[in-house]
Design a protein around this ligand. Structure first.
Ligand code: CP
Length: 312
């Protein structure tokens, strides 16, 4: 079997077989990052452009590290340092980038659908690093890798996603991904943070955090996205923490080998207490480590693997 996708735009367009191929490839890539010399020549001569219109620490750095560990040339542009500030359109910018013959363009944008539009415009492979409230496929893939690594499987597990579901591309991608791999997903949040139609993606909905925590194998906490939230939907950090924050007391209801996840950035003391974030059940930094491995795997599969060799 080979990876047949030119682009990675969302989890919905990946089959369970595609997801397993990415996760299996990432396991091999992780070993490279554990060597004293963390570099292989696999993508030598390939060019990877990181195009981030929104802030990022984890996704941007891990794609950059992933490209460098595979010997690709990576370069980074942001909206504020590009000619977009002079009025150039995104499509014109994309056509100009395309003229420099990159092999992969990684894009994060505040508007849903921009990576798909870019993928239709350029010959290079496009990887979505997060678009609006739509999708964050590489985050879901690294989350699935991290859970599979710890639990040995995804099928049959129960994942609780708790927090600002309405504004979360991470929640949407993980609901689609985990259910596709045979897990069940429950989302918990105040009614104002549950979007209409989320159950159509395959998630159960509750407004009771205790109900979501009880019986969950994995708990994924989400940040309140204040930059996308209107103030009348969110009274205060203190009130939110009281009713929806994950603390040691609430964790008493969880299974004894529960895993605690967070995609970052965290608001300590709001959605998650420091004792839980840094505690024995937390795999939050494992997620970051696996982010490099998953992004190495994706770069390899779209730019250096069998698909590319066949099209040469
Ligand atoms: N999880 C995530 O996307 O983090 P960044 O915004 O720092 O990339």
């Amino acid at each position: 079997m080979q990876f047949s996708k030119k682009d990675v735009l969302d989890i919905a367009s990946l089959s369970a077989e595609d997801i397993n191929m990415v996760l299996d490839t990432a396991v091999g890539m992780k070993e490279i990052s554990e060597r004293p010399i963390k570099k292989v020549p696999t993508l030598r001569g390939k060019t990877v452009i990181l195009f981030f219109y929104e802030p990022s620490t984890r996704t941007r750095m891990s794609f950059d590290i992933a490209a460098k560990r595979l010997s690709a040339d990576s370069l980074s542009i942001s909206a504020s340092t590009s000619s977009l500030v002079k009025g150039e359109t995104l499509i014109d910018t994309a056509k100009n980038l395309e003229s420099m013959h990159p092999d992969v363009i990684i894009i994060r944008h505040s508007s849903a659908g921009v990576p798909r539009m870019l993928a239709r415009t350029v010959r290079a492979s496009v990887i979505n690093a997060g678009d609006g409230m739509h999708a964050h496929p590489t985050q879901a893939l690294l989350d699935m890798m991290t859970v599979r690594e710890r639990k040995g499987r995804l099928s049959g597990l129960r994942l609780a996603i708790i927090g600002d579901i309405a504004h979360s591309r991470v929640a949407r991608s993980n609901i689609v991904g985990f259910t596709k791999m045979g897990a069940s997903v429950v989302v918990a949040a105040p009614p104002t943070m549950i979007p209409l139609g989320i159950d159509a993606l395959g998630a159960e909905v509750t407004h009771d955090i205790g109900e979501a925590v009880a019986g969950a194998d994995v708990i994924m906490m989400l940040r309140i996205q204040k930059e996308r939230l209107r103030s009348f939907l969110y009274p205060s950090d203190r009130e939110y923490a009281r009713f929806y924050g994950l603390n040691i007391k609430r964790l008493e209801k969880a299974t004894k080998d529960v895993l605690i996840m967070h995609p970052g950035p965290m608001n300590r003391g709001v959605e998650i207490s420091p004792e839980v974030a840094d505690g024995p059940f937390s795999i939050i930094l494992d997620q970051v480590t696996n982010g490099v491995a998953v992004r190495m795997a994706l770069l390899y599969l779209v730019a250096g693997g069998q698909r590319h060799a066949d099209s040469d």
